[in-house]
Design a protein around this ligand. Structure first.
Ligand code: ZN
Length: 241
């Protein structure tokens, strides 16, 4: 089965900061799309600057999994587009916010919490431990992997208790963080993955790319059952009361 993936990026740092443009000449969305360069994925990209942010109903309806990177322009995402993403997740679309995509309107609406953290710039090492080794998203990884230089995110992370916590990060400066967390909302599967700060070439790292592929496979909609909502007729004949 082909998985239809839309990789969405606000695409702002790449256009304003030469070092980010040098690191990601095709944009962060280009690097993430490249990680999904295999026959089983049908990948398109979309950015904030496009009409409807590249996410009109027609695109979302043809998307099995939406991968999302955003940071400084989170507030510029149109409320209607954010609501449309949330509705599609409830209807079964997978959703994978990367890094500061945790602050995106769709993710915060799906969580219902502030999603606040503590953070620090400076390029310390992150050791990402697999805390759920039997999980599909950890498939093929070792016990841990490291990102040599990154921004720190620290607990507490103001999210609802996850269904599964696949990764926990330790940082050189002493903090820890739940780096890979799973949720269901309606029929949709959600996986928030922490790595991806734009100042470092993180989306070229093989373990990060593997996790993104595994997460897309995991979050792809499953057939499931047909349901009826609202007032319904009885299935069996009811006796007259
Ligand atoms: Zn960052």
């Amino acid at each position: 089965m082909t998985i239809r993936v839309t990789v969405w990026n606000e695409n702002v740092h790449e256009r304003k900061e030469p070092d980010v443009a040098d690191r990601y000449p095709e944009g962060i969305h280009g690097a993430v799309a490249d990680a999904l360069n295999a026959d089983k994925y049908n990948v398109r990209t979309a950015t904030l600057q496009q009409p409807d942010h590249g996410l009109p109903e027609s695109v979302l309806n043809q998307t099995d999994v939406l991968v999302w990177w955003s940071h400084c322009a989170n507030d510029e995402v149109d409320d209607d587009v954010a609501d449309r993403v949330v509705k599609r997740v409830h209807d079964g679309m997978g959703f994978i916010p990367l890094h500061s995509g945790k602050n995106s309107k769709p993710f915060k609406r799906l969580m219902g919490t502030t999603c606040r953290i503590k953070y620090r710039h400076g390029g310390e090492t992150e050791r990402i431990w697999v805390s759920d080794p039997g999980h599909q998203i950890a498939d093929g990884l070792d016990e841990y992997f490291e990102i040599p230089s990154t921004e720190m995110y620290g607990e507490p992370f103001d999210i609802p208790e996850p269904d599964r916590t696949v990764f926990i990060s330790w940082f050189e400066g002493g903090e820890v963080f739940r780096s890979g967390v799973c949720y269901r909302r309606g029929r949709g599967s959600i996986f928030a993955f922490r790595p991806g700060h734009e100042e470092y070439p993180i989306f070229y790292q093989k373990e990060v790319r593997k996790v993104i592929r595994n997460a897309v496979d995991w979050a792809a909609p499953k057939e499931g059952a047909t349901v009826r909502w609202g007032e319904v007729d009885s299935i069996n004949q009811l006796e007259e009361q």
